[in-house]
Ligand binder design. Structure first.
Ligand SMILES: [Zn+2]
Ligand SMILES: [Zn+2]
Length: 246
């Protein structure tokens, strides 16, 4: 019997779907309640959520409700928006936004700018290196962009595991489709979620239930996609930004 025919697995999948549906409803309900007491600062009209801490009024006014409505609990001051969170504008304490429901603040403009700067810097370094090499007529290969895989927690170990994994079993021995790496599926998935925009590696949803394996497969696919100039990857601490290459 295949794993996917197991009644318990079928029931568990059904439960997952129900929970996901419930989360959507809970989010809608939460914002219905919270937006019922807030109105457009421009015209006093009703507002709807249109993104992560972003809302829109019928009058066309699009704004950040956390900045417009929320005060810090520490100093009762307006909040200031940082790249991935909000802080009290007086003392700098981190303040969780009331207008994010199980979501992350993600400043696309900031990451685009940072990624652009980082690419410009890399291009300058490469040019400079080319100049130095030409001057010294050296044929030594110097790597200026050293990969920093170590800074992504656990990824090296996962990659080691992956390399040490025995070759996939023949079809008739396979338990479920989760045990086979299908790069084409990952590529389609990544192209779909990234679109012509950008997002963080950690925000790309998994394709298989084994999250460790999924992370490795996602990562390997991205490396190939970067090589094919389909995406651009820029590292930020222990995560990296995935941008559509245009
Ligand atoms: Zn308005
Ligand atoms: Zn404060």
């Amino acid at each position: 019997m295949k794993m996917t025919d197991n009644p318990l697995i079928i029931a568990a999948n059904q439960l997952n779907k129900t929970v996901a549906g419930f989360k959507v409803l809970a989010r809608e309900y939460y914002f219905d309640v919270i937006l019922s007491v807030h109105f457009c600062p421009e015209c006093g009209g009703r507002i709807v959520m249109t993104g992560s801490s972003e809302c829109r009024c019928e009058c066309g006014n699009v704004f950040d409700p956390t900045l417009a409505f929320q005060k810090s609990t520490c100093c009762e001051r307006r909040l200031r928006r940082k790249t991935l969170h909000y802080v009290c504008s007086d003392c700098g304490n981190v303040v969780p936004s009331l207008f994010l429901f199980n979501e992350r603040l993600f400043d696309k403009a900031y990451f685009r700018e940072m990624a652009g700067k980082s690419r410009a810097r890399a291009a300058r370094q490469k040019q400079e290196m080319g100049r130095i090499l030409a001057e010294s007529r050296s044929d030594v290969l110097l790597l200026t962009d050293e990969p920093r895989l170590k800074s992504i927690t656990g990824l090296l170990e996962d990659l080691d595991d992956f390399i040490g994994t025995p070759a996939p079993e023949p079809d008739f021995l396979r338990l479920d489709s989760d045990s086979v790496f299908r790069m084409a599926d990952y590529r389609t998935h990544i192209l779909h979620v990234v679109g012509d925009d950008c997002l963080m590696f950690s925000d790309i949803g998994p394709l298989v239930d084994d999250l460790r394996r999924d992370r490795v497969w996602r990562f390997i696919t991205l490396i190939f996609m970067q090589n094919d100039r389909e995406v651009m990857l820029t590292q930020y601490g222990n995560d990296f930004l995935v941008e559509a290459a245009r």
